[in-house]
Design a protein around this ligand. Structure first.
Ligand code: ADP
Length: 266
């Protein structure tokens, strides 16, 4: 195994007891890279993530976390390497934002021990990094969906895991908060953290990704570096709409639907 390979899937088959969702899935994630998974609704991104996280058993093939079959690891062992930011952040209980972020520190202290001064400093710092330090004492059940999403990302930061898996981390965020979270993801990768994320926005892959995989009907139809994979025809194929790709003056690439080429649907 390469020493900096954090996560790998070999010939993975994914799905539920009642149905198969995908097969022959291969990918790997190295330290310090952002790997973006794109694909239309229902193609199997969440099912793949749950399987990669060890939350759903693989129907075939193997997921390895730092070279060890994830099926052989306990939840605590997985959490020492991997933090997960699910799509919907919800809490039935009125914890404060800081208490939620402190939950990311649980694996770093003995069972039943109270958070240390250091844990609290790390939690506060994670909230500050996402621009939500002012929400620390607020009851999360009274925050907006977007604010809760930022709290969930702060919890993953506080966990200080080598690998963070994020399922559409910017889905409920406004334009400014999306940019802040994307910038934070770039910063984390530059510090050596491996990031695997799904997104519905090709621009996020252009802005962030070291590598990208396009998924359709449970299969990875293309995988590799952004310039090779994020081609107009491929994006049109997976999303089934005409698109335009363009370069901004700063060199950043963007993607937009080509409305002029779209016929009204009847
Ligand atoms: P995506 O995240 O790409 O939108 P999902 O992984 O959520 O896609 O879903 C892939 C397929 O699996 C869909 O057809 C969906 O209906 C199905 N599916 C999702 N959850 C379950 C479940 N718990 N049991 C059976 N089928 C499911």
């Amino acid at each position: 195994m390469q020493p900096d390979r954090l996560l790998s899937a070999d010939d993975l088959a994914i799905g539920y007891a009642s149905r198969s969702v995908g097969r022959d899935l291969n990918l790997e994630l190295q330290a310090g890279e952002v790997f973006c998974l794109l694909g239309p609704n229902g193609c199997g991104k969440t099912t793949l993530f749950k399987t990669l996280l060890g939350l759903l058993p693989a129907q075939g093939g193997t997921v390895r976390l730092r070279g060890t079959d994830i099926a052989a690891l306990s939840r605590a062992e997985i959490a020492r390497t991997l933090a997960y930011v699910p799509q919907m952040q919800s809490s039935a209980f009125p914890f404060t934002a800081e208490e939620i972020v402190l939950m990311g520190r649980v694996i770093h202290r003995p069972a039943f021990a109270s958070p240390s001064k250091e844990d609290r400093a790390i939690a506060r710092h994670a909230l500050e990094r996402l621009g939500i330090g002012a929400l620390a004492e607020r009851d999360v059940t009274r925050l907006s969906g977007g604010q809760r999403q930022l709290v969930g990302i702060a919890r993953a930061l506080a966990q200080q895991a080598a690998l963070i898996v994020m399922d559409e981390p910017t889905a409920s965020l406004d334009f400014g908060n999306q940019a802040r979270v994307l910038a934070e993801i770039r910063h984390l990768a530059a510090q050596g953290v491996g990031i695997l994320l799904s997104t519905h926005d090709p621009d996020h892959a252009f802005a962030l990704a070291s590598r990208v995989a396009l998924m359709k009907n449970g299969a990875i139809v293309a995988q590799g570096n952004v310039a090779d994979v994020m081609q107009q025809e491929r994006l049109e194929d997976i999303y089934n709409v005409p698109v335009c790709l363009a370069n901004l003056p700063n060199g950043q690439k963007i993607c937009a639907p080509d409305f002029a080429a779209m016929r009204p649907q009847r």
